[in-house]
Write a protein of this length. Structure first.
Length: 324
């Protein structure tokens, strides 16, 4: 029993140190956890220990290391948080997951020397979010595969709520506020979504009109990426470096760091992911992404020939979607 409360004291100490200056700890915890004010006080006084689920949720939102709290010392072990959508409560769960990342970026924004590193084998979900039909299609693609019903659901049956669209806008705003970001893109990064759209179009689960909407948004996405590659900055001034990988990228990685934390994300199960705040995992992933730059070509404000050829190839591939 004593060990449990020693652990709780450690949790309380880390939470206190993670609260932004001027913020109220009780109010912050009440926003994060589905428990009342008195229940919060009892946990902080040590009368009732935080549950593991509560610790995991608070650690993700406040940006401190979960594995450090629970005492993971072995470098061969790490704590991961698996974010998988609930099929039976899709809209609410989806909005909740997107909003969790929005809050994470908001917490990250107030820290110093924040950097992001990405290596993408396929188009990341964050690239789709500014586009209603593309983001809806990625959700549809996942839903179609995991839905156990034998009846086929059409693309038109997946509806994005206004709450989800607002969550997308918030995600875009907050994620692009990171001070510096590096993207390493597989040269075949558009292949996956092109194949998926073709597949569902051939099954007549996407109409001709919907196909054109998706193609137009893909072309718009390509244009935005090209503009970003040329300028090297988002409209809000965030500095961005884009690389094209000259080797195969086997998976999609996202890494975020500041002076105090490192957070790793590995994309799994289509639009779901594994998150870890393990310092060991963070260091390994950071080194891996940085090492990929040696095997990649910088196309931000340089590599003009390579950049032009890459985006021309993507536009050609998108224009051929839906043709036999």
């Amino acid at each position: 029993m004593k060990d449990k409360y020693n652990l709780n004291e450690q949790v309380v100490s880390v939470i206190k140190s993670s609260i932004p200056p001027g913020s109220n700890m009780i109010s912050e915890l009440m926003e994060l956890l589905p428990i009342g004010r008195e229940a919060i006080y009892r946990r902080l006084r040590g009368e009732v220990p935080f549950t593991f689920e509560e610790i995991a949720k608070v650690s993700l939102k406040m940006g401190f290391s979960l594995d450090a709290i629970v005492g993971v010392k072995n470098h061969e072990r790490a704590v991961f948080d698996l974010n998988v959508l609930d099929l039976d409560n899709l809209n609410d769960d989806y909005c909740s997951r997107v909003n969790e990342y929005v809050e994470f970026f908001r917490k990250l924004r107030i820290q110093k020397n924040v950097r992001a590193r990405f290596a993408f084998s396929t188009l990341p979900y964050s690239f789709y979010l500014p586009f209603e039909n593309l983001s809806r299609f990625r959700l549809y693609r996942w839903y179609y595969q995991v839905n156990k019903s034998q009846s086929s659901i059409s693309f038109s049956e997946i509806i994005m709520s206004e709450e989800a669209l607002q969550a997308h806008r918030n995600f875009i705003l907050e994620s692009r506020s990171i001070q510096r970001a590096v993207y390493i893109l597989d040269r075949e990064i558009f292949n996956s979504i092109i194949k998926d759209i073709n597949y569902f179009f051939k099954l007549s689960l996407i109409t001709v009109e919907e196909l054109e909407l998706l193609k137009n948004e893909l072309l718009e996405l390509i244009s935005e990426l090209e503009t970003l590659a040329i300028s090297g900055v988002y409209k809000n001034g965030t500095k961005v470096a884009l690389y094209l990988a000259n080797v195969d990228l086997e998976a999609s990685h996202s890494h975020f760091e500041s002076e105090t934390i490192g957070v790793s994300h590995l994309r799994v199960l289509a639009i779901n992911g594994l998150d870890s705040q393990s310092s060991r995992i963070s260091d390994v992933q950071k080194e891996w992404i940085d090492s990929l730059k040696r095997c990649s070509t910088l196309i931000t404000q340089s590599g003009e020939v390579d950049r032009f050829a890459f985006f021309r190839k993507q536009r050609t591939a998108v224009s051929l979607i839906g043709r036999d």
